[in-house]
Write a protein that binds this ligand. Structure first.
Ligand SMILES: [Zn+2]
Length: 340
């Protein structure tokens, strides 16, 4: 019988987080600091309730309004550095040894930021987490913006001097068809990058199938809609397709999951789905990766060994180099041996 898990144990445990958007890590404090830098009144510039993000949202567009209010304040390379630095330091506090952070490069370039300055500020900020923290960048394309956006993003990635480990398709499913993004699969192959596709979050199960059959996605972001299609779920289990599951994000945005108890994560665990747990946009949902793991441990009755296995699984599902995978597994093993 393994011991009761505490959030202190989970915070202390070396963790691997594969799905967190850099723009989604801007805390209320950072957003206020950025508003101040640009001479704006935070109360007017941000969508805060009692000085906090609302935490839950009517729907995705309500969330997006809050997200964009804060993200529109990241205007200079120095702003980007600040956001990246605070993210890296937060991952250090949370003992996340390997993170894959999703970064929408085109937003900044379209707003006039010089790409070289952008990658430089991002890379410098992400390196501020100290010795125990490594971070890889996953550059995303917002699906709604179509194939040209994907091509422009790929050109940016090809020219970048930054620790990029993957490409990612985000945005609203069922806006632009998946077939339009085969350029992302081709580029991932040529550049030796992983490919993650957000699918089966707000969209139907067929969005997951398309991501696998058309893009040969290496990982699915969310994928919770598979809970509504037993044949697809069986396939995900049979093929051990990696899913990045972010339970609080789904509860905060999607009407079909009023609470964590309604979310499929416990069924996924019992059925043997190859999922890992991430925070997505943590301050916007009032959560942390530690809290996400605690919630999953609670609803799926996980032991400490199960949580450690989830971290090892995240290493296996990651886009990290072999060196970083070995290093991350070593951190997990050492902690396991030292923990009582
Ligand atoms: Zn996401």
């Amino acid at each position: 019988m393994s011991k009761t898990i505490t959030s202190g144990d989970v915070q202390d445990m070396p963790k691997v987080e594969l799905h967190v958007h850099l723009g989604g890590t801007i805390t209320e404090e950072t957003a206020r600091d950025l508003a101040g830098r640009h001479g704006l009144n935070p109360t007017e510039a941000l969508r805060l309730v009692d000085d906090q993000y609302p935490g839950t949202y009517r729907d995705f567009s309500d969330f997006l309004d809050t997200f964009l209010a804060s993200n529109s304040l990241v205007r200079t390379p120095d702003d980007l550095y600040l956001v990246a630095q605070r993210f890296a330091r937060n991952q250090a506090r949370e003992n996340v040894v390997w993170s894959e952070v999703i970064f929408t490069a085109m937003i900044y370039v379209r707003n006039g930021m010089d790409p070289r300055a952008m990658w430089g500020a991002l890379t410098a900020g992400l390196s501020e987490g100290g010795e125990g923290v490594r971070i890889g960048i996953v550059v995303d394309v917002i699906r709604d913006l179509g194939r040209e956006e994907a091509e422009a993003t790929i050109r940016l990635v090809e020219a970048a001097d930054a620790p990029i480990v993957g490409l990612c398709l985000t945005g609203i499913e069922n806006t632009v068809p998946t077939i339009d993004f085969t350029v992302m699969r081709d580029a991932s192959n040529v550049l030796d990058l992983g490919l993650e596709v957000h699918a089966g979050e707000m969209g139907p199960p067929s969005s997951i199938t398309d991501s696998l059959d058309i893009l040969n996605a290496d990982r699915i972001g969310h994928g919770v809609a598979a809970d509504r299609d037993q044949a697809l779920l069986a396939r995900l289990i049979r093929e051990q397709v990696p899913l990045d599951v972010c339970p609080t994000s789904n509860v905060a945005i999607l009407a079909e999951y009023p609470s964590i108890e309604d979310h499929p994560v416990a069924r996924f665990w019992d059925a043997g789905v190859n999922f890992t747990v991430s925070s997505d946009d943590p301050p916007f949902f009032g959560t942390t990766v530690t809290q996400e793991l605690m919630k999953v441990a609670h609803v799926a009755s996980l032991s400490q060994d199960d949580l450690l296995e989830l971290q090892r699984r995240a290493v296996r599902n990651s886009f990290a180099s072999e060196d970083t995978k070995t290093w991350s597994l070593g951190k997990i093993r050492s902690w396991e041996q030292e923990s009582p």
